[in-house]
Design a protein. Structure first.
Length: 251
């Protein structure tokens, strides 16, 4: 039912915007983020969608902008990276705003200390955030460590104007002014669309869903389990790809 409803609206729309998270939405999670490469099927779908008349496809991800560019930058699509801090339009990258990153020198030692005591975890430094991953570590112990880390960070981050994002086996620290919802509003401001589709699987995607909550042309999809403000749910990456295939095939 969800596929039929969305496909019909897509086919009858004059101008379309498609916003897609990457990890957990278009590709399955990998213990090492750099291993989550796009499949041939995904690349084919995205190429077809970008070839649809009056259709803008945007990948909106928390990944480092250089990382996501290496994975899909060869495609003629716009990309929002680092939860909205960086945007690629017309083939070029730019900062959405000048965010302060001086806080990193105070937060990094804390993450480094935990990483040293917990085998299998690692720190990823992005341009505007720090992320502590425990995908390669023992799950229950990782959860306990992440909970302890969040409690400690909660005492520190407010003074720097930061927020803590707890995602799929990752804890990320970033400016509270950066979020996917702002990035969505940026594209809505610069275009008029009578079909908007947003799909994502993580807590950061809720900002995207909320930004579209009052948009009468918006369709929001939560991928996987968990509470959400999205209007629809799809269980797996494969089902997301099937929906996008329907759109690109025009049926």
């Amino acid at each position: 039912m969800i596929m039929k409803t969305i496909t019909e609206k897509f086919l009858h729309a004059l101008k379309k915007l498609i916003l897609l998270d990457y990890d957990g939405t278009l590709v399955n999670f990998s213990p090492v983020p750099s291993d989550a490469k796009p499949s041939k099927r995904l690349l084919s779908i995205l190429k077809k969608l970008t070839g649809e008349p009056q259709t803008k496809v945007v990948i909106i991800t928390g990944r480092d902008y250089q990382d996501i560019d290496a994975l899909i930058g060869q495609l003629p699509i716009d990309i929002i990276a680092e939860h909205g801090a960086m945007v690629k339009e017309n083939g070029g990258w730019k900062e959405m705003s000048g965010y302060n990153t001086r806080w990193k020198k105070d937060i990094f030692p804390l993450l480094n200390e935990v990483t040293g005591t917990y085998p299998g975890s690692f720190i990823e430094e992005k341009r505007f955030s720090l992320a502590w991953h425990y995908r390669k570590a023992e799950e229950k112990l990782g959860w306990a460590y992440s909970e302890a880390m969040v409690r400690t960070l909660n005492d520190i981050t407010p003074r720097y104007g930061l927020r803590i994002i707890t995602g799929n086996k990752v804890v990320e620290i970033i400016s509270r002014h950066i979020n996917k919802g702002k990035a969505v509003r940026y594209f809505l401001k610069h275009g008029t669309y009578d079909f908007v589709l947003a799909a994502g699987d993580d807590t950061t995607d809720e900002d995207m869903f909320n930004a579209l909550s009052k948009n009468k042309y918006g369709f929001t999809i939560k991928v996987g389990n968990g509470k959400t403000s999205a209007g629809y749910k799809l269980e797996t990456v494969d089902k997301v790809l099937s929906l996008l295939e329907n759109l690109s095939a025009g049926r």
